[in-house]
Design a protein around this ligand. Structure first.
Ligand SMILES: NC(=O)c1ccc[n+]([C@@H]2O[C@H](COP(=O)([O-])OP(=O)(O)OC[C@H]3O[C@@H](n4cnc5c(N)ncnc54)[C@H](OP(=O)(O)O)[C@@H]3O)[C@@H](O)[C@H]2O)c1
Length: 283
């Protein structure tokens, strides 16, 4: 995998990854899918920011951009210190209304820009939607643009027909599903990878190896899985609405998995999706 520049410049424990446009994205973010659009999401974001997170990952389809915006406005951390990602939903891509959908998302978020805007899935109309993202970038409404769930054939279209290289591709990634082809294609083009469902939607608890390895470092199974992602140069956005688990998921910058432990986790790969497969989805 590529070796992006990492810095310790957000907080003492939060590393960033330098994207192909020069911007630095915090390698750890909080995912807020299924976190509600009220106090639960607001509390989770406030707890995350207090623990040192500086990156929040939402999407229009999560239906909680209002709560995300309120949490950011009422936090002790300035807006410009927080990396905010949102995504354009499939219906808007198909309907050719990406520009309008971004305006609506900005209004719900109560902000005049997002740090990263992604096309959520490679549905019909994604090329025109990408052109709209390029225009939004030029207009200063977004600081970086990227994709989600794009596999090689779709990435090739964007790279060949677009003017701007996607900064990020957000895909399902965890020890049971590495999507090596998509990752090596992105590496080749210097497109950073964000892992969605890095904790296998909670299923990591069923795998005994993580607890065994964690015992050697005094770390929990979740911390082992997230650390393995970090050491693969992957950006991670684990979701939790529990204060203790949000903090636990951030305490992953003070230890390093040995090569043997990295390999042992690599060997768990079995191509198992916990979410939809980008090669076979119907929404
Ligand atoms: N681009 C896409 O298509 C796409 C698709 C799916 C997800 N995403 C993004 O990726 C984010 C993360 O993925 P995800 O929400 O599917 O799953 P995930 O982060 O892999 O797992 C979340 C689950 O793990 C539990 N959990 C979190 N930390 C834990 C810990 N330390 N110990 C035990 N359990 C723990 C959470 O429960 P509690 O909340 O109770 O702690 C929740 O049930 C989403 O929130 C979203 O932002 C993007």
């Amino acid at each position: 995998m590529k070796n992006p520049t990492s810095h310790n410049d957000v907080t003492s424990c939060m590393k960033t990854i330098k994207l192909n446009n020069g911007l630095k994205i915090p390698q750890l973010g909080l995912g807020v899918w299924q976190s509600g659009n009220g106090q639960e999401a607001i509390d989770a974001i406030h707890w995350a920011l207090a623990a040192g997170y500086r990156h929040i990952d939402t999407a229009s389809i999560y239906k909680n951009e209002e709560a995300v915006g309120e949490a950011i406005r009422t936090a002790d951390v300035p807006r410009e210190d927080i990396w905010l990602t949102t995504k354009i939903w499939n219906d808007d891509i198909r309907a050719g209304r990406t520009t309008e959908a971004l305006e609506e998302a900005l209004a719900r978020l109560g902000t005049d820009y997002v740090d990263l805007l992604l096309l959520h899935w490679p549905v019909d109309g994604y090329m025109a939607a990408w052109m709209a993202l390029e225009q939004a970038l030029a207009a200063g409404k977004v600081r970086a643009i990227g994709l989600s769930n794009f596999m090689e054939e779709h990435l090739t279209d964007i790279i060949e027909q677009g003017e701007i290289l996607p900064a990020v591709n957000q895909i399902e990634f965890h020890p049971y599903l590495v999507q090596a082809d998509a990752i090596s294609y992105c590496d080749m083009h210097n497109i950073a990878i964000t892992a969605w469902s890095p904790l296998m939607q909670g299923n990591f608890l069923k795998e005994p190896l993580f607890a065994e390895i964690g015992a050697a470092y005094g770390k929990t199974p979740a911390q082992v899985v997230l650390r393995w992602c970090l050491q693969n140069d992957i950006i991670i956005i684990p979701k939790s609405t529990n204060q203790g688990r949000i903090k636990e998921n951030s305490e992953i910058f003070d230890f390093e998995l040995s090569e043997d432990h990295m390999i042992a986790i690599d060997e768990l790969e079995k191509g198992e999706h916990f979410g939809p497969d980008p090669n076979d989805f119907d929404f």
